[in-house]
Ligand binder design. Structure first.
Ligand SMILES: NC(=O)c1ccc[n+]([C@@H]2O[C@H](COP(=O)([O-])OP(=O)(O)OC[C@H]3O[C@@H](n4cnc5c(N)ncnc54)[C@H](O)[C@@H]3O)[C@@H](O)[C@H]2O)c1
Length: 396
């Protein structure tokens, strides 16, 4: 008789955020690998939304730790109890560090090093560093391959690039199995309403003006979160140590081209689009060559942009209880009539986007396995207040 293999134990940082929570919901959802345990470590900053984990909160394989990845003793304790780390936690909004770069260096650089140190000390088998195409700067034509020079232009991108370099150094110096993913611009449901697509959707649904930076000709490759999390898991399970993999969406659009379907899907009037001065250091174009992930891992985006966008708009239309509490108070003011004054909001620059959520933290470690008949409906694994009705069709 052979002994049953123990399930893999994954530590997922930033698992209450947009992409991290989708990754966790996907891993624990139907079609996920099944035999694994997931611990989410999340500080619940303004961008961490406990309700993002509601669809899996009763899953006995999930534990939630409310904590900071900069907390060395905590990270150390957690690393000792896990086999792999998938590192999403970051300050992720590119506009914010223009005003407060320190938090970006702390979270995106220093704490990445804290995690790497703990991973080394406790023999973590795989460390996946989730990064971004923004580390390469801007590209007029063609697409970056994984060996392109890092040339970040914003404090956010510089901090992410530094985190990547520390991760690669941990491999070269100590042999830690580090794998890096760099992806293009994600979209999908539960995207915090400070980023372009959810900001536009939520404002247009309210009949409010939306800000379009500069001439609106900045180009981004749009990647649906279903494709992104699938790509990340391919890298985790099939990737090679010290390799960088690009995960792209295959739909390049200027922001102007993006606005047209957003107006159509929300039924909003085109006069609501207001051109505002460009952001400082706004990169013109990002483009990734993801043929390496395709050739080595079998990755290719499956979601069609138009369908996935339509689905995303529908989700925001039917889940106001998720996003309304996340808006700063002034964005809920009635629509400013065109020409009556300056825009009040440009991607959250003029005020903290905090939902002011009360949080009851509950910590590690994983609870004992429930009896089989209790699996999936045991006691609440992390007693955080639910903020929305049960999501139907969480996996888009
Ligand atoms: N959204 C995109 O389009 C995109 C594109 C490329 C790369 N990425 C990268 O993907 C990752 C996830 O992005 P996202 O859009 O889900 O971000 P997000 O802002 O939605 O979520 C970040 C999560 O990290 C948590 N967090 C922040 N600081 C923390 C700390 N010190 N300790 C513990 N938890 C902390 C937050 O509470 C939040 O839950 C980031 O590393 C980001 O750089 C995102």
């Amino acid at each position: 008789m052979t002994a049953a293999r123990a399930p893999r134990r994954l530590l997922v940082t930033g698992g209450a955020g947009f992409i991290g929570s989708h990754y966790v919901r996907t891993l624990l959802g139907p079609g996920g690998p099944g035999a694994l345990r997931v611990t989410v470590l999340d500080k619940l900053t303004y961008a961490g939304v406990p309700a993002n984990l509601d669809p899996v909160r009763d899953d006995y394989r999930l534990a939630f730790v409310h904590g900071d990845i900069c907390d060395r003793p905590l990270v150390d304790r957690l690393a000792a109890e896990h086999d792999e780390i998938v590192h999403f936690a970051a300050e992720s909004h590119v506009d914010r560090p223009l005003h407060d770069p320190d938090a970006f260096v702390r979270t995106n650089v220093l704490s990445t090093q804290t995690l790497l140190d703990a991973a080394l000390r406790h023999g973590i088998r795989v460390f996946v560093q989730v990064s971004t195409d923004e580390v390469y700067g801007s590209i007029d034509e063609g697409a970056w391959r994984e060996d392109a020079t890092l040339a970040p232009n914003s404090p956010y991108a510089a901090a992410k690039a530094s985190g990547d370099l520390f991760a690669l150094a941990a491999h070269r110096t100590h042999g830690l199995d580090v794998r890096i993913t760099r992806c293009s611009n994600n979209f999908g449901h539960r995207h915090f309403p400070e980023k372009l697509i959810p900001l536009f959707i939520t404002r247009l649904l309210d009949g409010a003006e939306v800000p379009l930076y500069g001439d609106g000709l900045h180009v981004r490759d749009r990647l649906h979160i279903d494709d992104h999390v699938r790509g990340i898991d391919l890298v985790r399970t099939r990737g090679r140590a010290s390799e960088v993999y690009h995960i792209g969406g295959g739909t390049e659009l200027t922001n102007r081209e993006l606005v047209a379907p957003l107006l159509a899907e929300t039924g909003a009037d085109p006069s609501l689009v207001r051109h505002v001065p460009d952001r400082k250091g706004h990169d013109r174009r990002y483009a990734l060559d993801w043929s390496k992930a395709h050739d080595e891992l079998g990755y290719r985006p499956r979601r069609t942009f138009a369908t996935a966008l339509s689905e995303t708009v529908r989700w925001y239309t039917t889940h106001r209880t998720w996003w309304e509490p996340l808006l700063p108070p002034h964005t809920t003011l009635p629509h400013t009539p065109r020409g009556s004054g300056p825009m009040t909001v440009i991607h959250g620059l003029d005020g903290p986007l905090t939902g002011g959520r009360p949080v009851t933290a509950n910590g590690m470690p994983h609870r004992e396995d429930p009896a089989p008949e209790q699996a999936g409906r045991g006691a609440d694994p992390f007693a955080l207040p639910s903020r929305e009705p049960e999501l139907t069709g969480a996996r888009t």
